[in-house]
Write a protein that binds this ligand. Structure first.
Ligand SMILES: Nc1ncnc2c1ncn2[C@@H]1O[C@H](COP(=O)(O)OP(=O)(O)OP(=O)(O)O)[C@@H](O)[C@H]1O
Ligand SMILES: [Mg+2]
Length: 324
């Protein structure tokens, strides 16, 4: 009789002990199940607050939590990338559709009314069609550049570059455009600045876009000043204009892909990609494009590149390799 009682007691104790031991694994099992049920997007339940036993179950739980956090982060990043990609495709289709439809319209008219059009009308229609085709090819080139830069397919070839001379070349190239608008484009600062470490082929379009933007947004009689000067271990280039400035509420968005201030959207020659490309180019040079603008004083864009300190020309990838 007594023996049977002892046996039952031992069994009950054993079961209790087993239950206590498996409680943590059951809890972990429930957490895993809830994570699966949330489609791997939400890790419910905080990490246990009891002192860690430091045993296999604790290690298993810590590993699971780290893995689940990584999975949720990656799912979030992929969802965001997917959204950006959809936005980009929507924007590109919109931007391609308008000039393409117009190009097609003018070509169709030319074909249908060939005998009825005056010579001047034919020239006008052909000019419009040509303008749209130029816009399309520029847009495709810019998009291609943007995608290459995003995919990190562009490795800057870093060599000694004279920013003073480069600024002078770009100013000369754009001088006629500025003159036609009655805008004074000037070089200032020290032209004999030391060489910097940069890829000329990539920095030139950055300067072209900054100066081109300044010309576009500065009214007749305004001034654009392109300054190069030494600032500590770097050379800084600044493009300052006396134009109409950028409203404070849109300033934080001007480096976004396809962003244009509302007042600019009517100008179909521009897509709003210039600053987005410039920012990426400076990113891969480990530099930053900064802007200060006010509607009274105009805009001031600048970036700095490190002074060349000798050695061989190199790609950024080689430059990042540890020296042995
Ligand atoms: N110097 C400036 N003065 C006033 N607004 C500017 C200036 N530079 C840029 N912006 C504003 O920032 C927007 C984005 O400039 P960005 O160079 O990226 O595009 P865009 O010049 O419109 O087109 P794209 O460069 O592709 O031809 C411009 O549309 C304009 O609204
Ligand atoms: Mg531009």
């Amino acid at each position: 009789m007594l023996r049977a009682l002892y046996a039952r007691l031992a069994l009950a104790l054993g079961l209790l002990l087993l239950r206590l031991l498996t409680r943590r694994t059951r809890h972990l099992g429930r957490t895993m199940e809830a994570f699966r049920a949330s489609d791997f997007t939400r890790l419910t339940g905080a990490a246990p607050e009891r002192p860690a036993a430091g045993d296999e179950i604790d290690r298993l739980e810590a590993t699971f939590r780290a893995m689940a956090e990584r999975i949720t982060d990656q799912i979030q990043a992929l969802t965001e990338q997917d959204r950006l990609c959809r936005d980009l495709v929507a924007q590109v289709s919109h931007d391609l559709r308008t000039p393409l439809a117009s190009l097609r319209g003018y070509l169709e008219t030319l074909r249908m009314k060939d005998g009825q059009l005056a010579a001047s009308e034919r020239v006008e229609y052909l000019d419009i069609a040509l303008r749209h085709s130029l816009r399309l090819s520029r847009l495709v080139e810019d998009l291609f550049e943007l995608i290459k830069l995003d995919a990190r397919d562009v490795r800057p070839y870093l060599e000694p570059v004279s920013l003073g001379e480069l600024a002078q070349d770009v100013v000369q190239k754009l001088d006629l455009t500025a003159r036609r608008k009655g805008v004074h484009l000037r070089l200032a600062g020290d032209r004999a600045v030391p060489f910097v470490r940069a890829d000329t082929g990539l920095i030139e379009p950055v300067l072209e876009n900054l100066i081109g933007n300044a010309i576009q947004h500065t009214p007749a009689d305004g001034e654009i000043r392109v300054t190069t000067r030494v600032t500590g271990p770097s050379v800084t280039v600044e493009v300052a204009d006396t134009g109409r400035g950028i409203p404070a509420e849109v300033l934080p968005r001007i480096f976004d892909d396809f962003f244009q201030a509302p007042s600019n959207r009517a100008d179909d020659r521009h897509a709003g990609l210039g600053l987005a490309i410039a920012k990426r180019i400076l990113d891969i040079h480990e530099s930053r494009l900064t802007v200060a603008s006010s509607e009274e004083a105009g805009s001031r864009f600048s970036f700095a590149l490190p002074v060349w300190t000798g050695g061989h020309s190199e790609t950024a990838a080689q430059a990042d390799e540890p020296t042995r």
